[in-house]
Each structure stands twice: as C-alpha cells, then as structure tokens.
Design a protein around this ligand. Structure first.
Ligand code: GDP
Ligand code: ZN
Length: 340
C-alpha cells in the first residue's frame, strides 16, 4: 500500500470461514531480494512470511510478476487512470485535458475521464461538454461531489481495480478520495504545511483500499510528466487519428501528418490543432535530448527515453508498438539526417 524508507505497508488478505478480511502489516524486505535487485513498488503483489500477528509485522520474501508498471507515479499493477477535471472553478480547458489524456495514453493504461462540479454549470452546458469530448473518442462521467450526482456509477468503474487518480489541482480529487475512503482525512481545498507538500511529491504514492474491492492511488505524477513519445507515436495517442489510420493509410509511412501529400490524418477534427501544437513540443524535446547527449553515445538517449517509459501494454498494443517503434526510429533517423 505504501513505502517509507525501507518499510513496506502491506495489506494481507485473510480468508476466515467464507469471509475475507484485510489486515495491514508493516514489513521489511528479505535481504535476498535486495541482492537480486528486486524493487518492491506500491501496487505489487508480494509474498509475506514470518508474520507476527500481534505486532502486525512481517517480511516480504517475494514479488509476483507485474501486470503493468508506471514509473511516474511509481505504481505497479494499475488497471486504469481516473482523470478528473472540473466543469468550472477552475474553467475546463480542452487543451489541458488533451495534454493529460496524451500523457496517460502514452503509458498504455486505460483512462476514465470524469468531470466534477456538475452543480456549477447548467444542464445544457454539461451536455455540450459531454458531446464534445465524446466526439474526441472518450467515455466520460459527470459527477458532483457536492450533490453526490453520478458517484454510484463512478464507483462501479472502480470495483476490483487499481485506479490511479489524476488531474490538475482544485478539481476535487481530495474530495473524491474523502468520499470514497472515509477513513482517510485528506486536506480539501487548501494545501497546508510540510505534510501536505510531502504527500504531494511525485515519489510519494499510497494506495487506499476502497470499502468494496479495489484500490485508489492518489499521486500528482502525471501533472509533472512531460509527454514522452516519439513524433511518430503522437498521432496514435489521439483516438481521432487512430480511427483515420484504421480506415486508410498515409502515402508516406513516416508521415507526421502536417503538410505531407496524401495524408489521411490531417483534417477538420477539433483537436487537430492541438495535435500540431503537441507535435512541435515533442520534436523540440527530442532535439534537445539528442543535443545534450550528442558528444557521448546515442545509447544514453535510448536508456533515458526507454527508462522513463513505463507501460505494459495489452497484447495488441504491444504488437502495434513494436512495429511503430521501429518505424519511428527509422523516421527519426531520417528526420535528423534532414536536419543535418
Ligand atoms: P484537489 O486539489 O483536486 O484535491 O481538489 P479538492 O478536493 O481540494 O477541491 C477543491 C475545491 O473544490 C474545494 O473547495 C472543494 O470544496 C471544491 N469542490 C470539490 N468538489 C466540488 C463539487 O462537486 N462542486 C463544487 N461546487 N465544488 C467542489
Ligand atoms: Zn499523415
């Protein structure tokens, strides 16, 4: 559930009669695991031995294989990201929503978008936002933590899953966690003192056990994350572009969908201009990375890029990525040749 220094807080699932209950124990890690270099992450499923039931202590002796792994925020086995925005206060900024959506899409995790503070805007305006975002290609929930509107439906999406809560500040993430996990007392509305700051560093993650089944991880990791993908992968992070690429293909395999002839992605979809803006950023970032490590070897860039990437995409995605990564490497090579 949480890691502090070399101590791991672990939730043990205990079967008693036909009921199962959770017991929280504080564990150290068996030295063999240290020697093997096995990291234990929040979200990991672990084997605990030498349990002292009275002192609630134990020793982690093994880490089971991970389904997924995020590095920012550091969470293992996350199933999805709950991306939260507010309809008002602060104003909903479609470009900012897009930035978050692309960063999350680059991790390979599912995203569930949820718009809070429905109580602050009239029904017509709520509907307009829903229609608009659905046209981009996403499902979303409207909620209000003040009136409790939509919260039952939202809760049903969180059952049996590890969900990472993400979104800019002020949209109601702490309010949501307080509502769903009443035993945690999170600071709502204002950030106070060292404690709150400590909680809000990217490295600190904690899983909260939901009353039903499932866990929530609260971390601002995605807020600080820059979009880490190659110029060629960017279009694949937009459902609108994906759809166009499923129906046809661009004349050039390394098309960046700007002004190349025979491009099927360029068009009058709403977020196409956002795509172009983000593409400029991604290209600038790649150039920068390449320049800073140019005197040494290009391997450094690779590890830096590779090390930061943190997903275990589904099978289909994996297959897709493999080809797309090769294609994007070739395209990048050409891109830099052209620059020279
Ligand atoms: P966080 O920064 O994302 O964790 O947001 P908080 O949970 O701290 O909420 C920020 C502010 O928005 C607080 O003043 C909350 O009371 C307020 N807030 C949260 N949810 C709602 C809502 O559904 N409606 C309205 N009107 N205000 C809300
Ligand atoms: Zn194209």
């Amino acid at each position: 559930l949480a890691i502090q220094a070399n101590y791991y807080s672990v939730s043990l699932q205990i079967q008693r009669d036909s009921a199962s209950e959770a017991l929280r124990v504080l564990c150290t890690k068996r030295s063999r695991l240290w020697k093997l270099g096995h990291q234990v992450m929040v979200g990991d499923r672990v084997v605990v031995e030498e349990v002292d039931w009275n002192g609630r202590r134990g020793v982690i002796t093994d880490v089971l294989p991970r389904k997924t792994q995020l590095n920012r925020p550091p969470v293992a086995n996350a199933d999805q990201v709950l991306l939260m925005f507010a309809l008002a206060e602060p104003d909903l900024d479609p470009f900012q929503v897009t930035e978050f959506l692309t960063v999350i899409a680059a991790t390979g995790l599912e995203v569930h978008l949820c718009l809070n503070k429905a109580d602050l805007v009239p029904a017509q305006q709520q509907q307009a936002w829903c229609d608009r975002i659905q046209a981009w290609g996403y499902h979303l929930s409207l909620i209000s933590l003040h009136t409790h509107y939509g919260l039952d439906t939202l809760q049903s999406y969180l059952q049996q899953k590890i969900t990472v809560v993400s979104g800019p500040s002020g949209v109601g993430k702490s309010s949501l966690i307080n509502y769903l996990v009443p035993t945690v007392n999170q600071t709502v509305g204002h950030v106070s003192g060292k404690l709150a700051r400590g909680r809000h560093t990217t490295r600190h993650v904690e899983l909260f056990q939901l009353p039903g089944q499932g866990f929530l991880a609260d971390s601002p990791g995605f807020n600080r994350a820059t979009l880490d993908c190659s110029p060629h992968e960017l279009a694949l992070l937009f459902p609108e572009a994906q759809q166009r690429l499923r129906q046809g293909s661009c004349r050039y395999h390394n098309c960046l969908h700007r002004d190349e002839p025979g491009c099927v992605v360029r068009g009058d979809w709403e977020r196409y201009s956002y795509y172009l803006t983000l593409l400029d950023g991604v290209i600038a970032r790649q150039e920068q990375l390449n320049q800073t490590s140019a005197p040494e070897s290009s391997a450094k860039v690779k590890t830096k890029l590779g090390g930061k990437r943190c997903y275990e995409p589904k099978l289909a995605a994996k297959k897709y990525r493999r080809t797309s990564r090769k294609a994007s490497q070739q395209a990048l090579q050409k891109f830099y040749q052209d620059l020279d």
